[in-house]
Design a protein around this ligand. Structure first.
Ligand code: AMP
Ligand code: MG
Length: 408
């Protein structure tokens, strides 16, 4: 199965969560807007000065050096009187331009003079005036439903007076790891680790990734490699979660109990996705029983190898979770960059190579691309999306996806 087909299939199932939540705009960073935000005012509300200086009528200043009496003083937050003919108004940045004035002369182009202010530069009509509505027009949509709010978007929402916003409620995700070899860091010291055991690393990056994507995470810990335990955890989690996410145990070994458990509780598709790292990926639905929520919970099973788990999450789970919140455009941006490396053999699968951009903007390849080597994902600042059956020669233009795109 191609990654694109797998993505299409999971996105087809990603209906938006059932309800919005009203949150303080201060707390809405990273959340997804539920409805269009429409402005009930213009921003800025009035024509105003972009400079500290003097508001004038251009017709009164046909040449440099003219002295005008100063008829009023207008600080920000105050509305002045109409500008008396052949006078200037002292004005400050952000203050409304008085009626009749058609230009601002910046302070630096003026000097005090007997009887007023000397204007040393001939003003052009409209200069240093910020027009009413030049940022936001009355009735315009400033942020569309499905927008993931950034710090700048919070500021924009505030600029039209939104103290609160309606956002999609947080998807509730239950996370568990399978594997009898797994040990939780902090419970056993490195020197005391039983032979054959490893620390559970997947759980740590997955929980953080889910939280960054705005999920409420229930960590169900490590589930032993047996059918009953796996069924019990899934059945419980399905009652109150939108998505159940597991790692490992989705291959076809007899120690892999995820597949039979999901099949028992609902439906499962187990795909061999033509991607590297990656490959086994399970997607299904688990029927809810005895819960107030009707229907079913989604299930996604990631591969066990840490880099496979990491990359599969970014390529399939991340877009799914964004879509659950109503984000339409879930594809990461891809940038053409020069490869500062070569690959020897073409792979039959589409590869996501861990790379790092150098000072010239070209990308270097991490030396060990094994799916168990998590160091590559820390060293790297991005992935090269390399099509199947394609070798890369030094200097080739490749498709680079910055991790910053995927991890925010
Ligand atoms: P599996 O998918 O169960 O065949 O596991 C594939 C590989 O990933 C094995 O080497 C596992 O030990 C390793 N692995 C599975 N789960 C984790 C985890 N949570 N953290 C780190 N490595 C894991
Ligand atoms: Mg296993």
């Amino acid at each position: 199965m191609s990654l694109d087909d797998a993505l299409e299939a999971v996105l087809a199932m990603a209906a938006r969560v059932d309800a919005p939540q009203t949150v303080d705009t201060f707390d809405a960073d990273g959340r997804v807007l539920w409805e269009d935000a429409v402005s009930e005012l213009r921003v800025p509300p009035l024509d105003n000065s972009a400079m500290d200086g003097y508001a004038v009528r251009c017709a009164d200043v046909p040449k440099a050096g003219i002295v005008l009496p100063v008829s009023q003083r207008i600080p920000a937050g105050h509305v002045g009187a109409p500008l008396a003919p052949a006078t200037a108004a002292r004005i400050f940045t952000g203050a409304p331009v008085p009626q009749g004035a058609d230009a601002i002369v910046m302070q630096e182009d003026t000097e005090p003079a007997d009887g007023g202010v000397r204007i040393n530069a001939v003003p052009k009509a409209g200069q240093w005036i910020r027009r009413a509505g030049e940022d936001i027009a009355l009735g315009s949509t400033i942020l569309k439903a499905g927008t993931r709010l950034t710090p700048a978007a919070l500021g924009l929402a505030a600029s039209i007076g939104l103290g609160q916003v309606q956002v999609a409620r947080k998807p509730r995700v239950a996370l568990f790891s399978t594997g009898d070899e797994l040990v939780t860091p902090g419970t056993v010291a490195p020197g005391d680790m039983p032979p054959g055991s490893i620390y559970n690393s997947n759980r740590y990056f997955l929980r953080a990734l889910l939280q960054r994507l705005g999920c409420e995470v229930t960590d169900c810990g490590i589930v032993p490699d047996n059918r009953e335990a796996t069924i019990r955890v899934m059945q419980d989690a399905a009652r109150s979660h939108d998505l159940i996410l597991s790692t490992a145990g989705v291959s076809v070994g007899e120690e892999d109990h995820v597949k039979p458990a999901v099949e028992y509780l609902g439906e499962l598709n187990l795909w061999k996705i033509s991607m590297k790292p990656g490959k086994p990926f399970a997607f299904g639905q688990i029927q809810r029983s005895g819960s107030s929520l009707e229907g079913s919970a989604h299930f996604m099973g990631l591969p066990g190898n840490p880099v496979s788990s990491f990359v599969t999450f970014l390529m399939l789970v991340r877009p799914f979770i964004l879509r659950l919140q109503g984000v339409q455009d879930v594809a990461p941006r891809v940038f053409p960059v020069r490869a500062h490396f070569e690959t020897r053999a073409a792979d039959t699968r589409r590869e996501f190579l861990r790379v790092r951009q150098n000072e010239d903007g070209a990308v270097e390849l991490f030396s060990n691309q094994s799916s168990g080597v998590l160091t590559s994902a820390v060293w790297g600042d991005g992935l090269v999306d390399n099509p199947a059956m394609t070798t890369i020669a030094k200097g080739d233009i490749v498709r680079y996806i910055p991790l910053a795109e995927l991890l925010q």
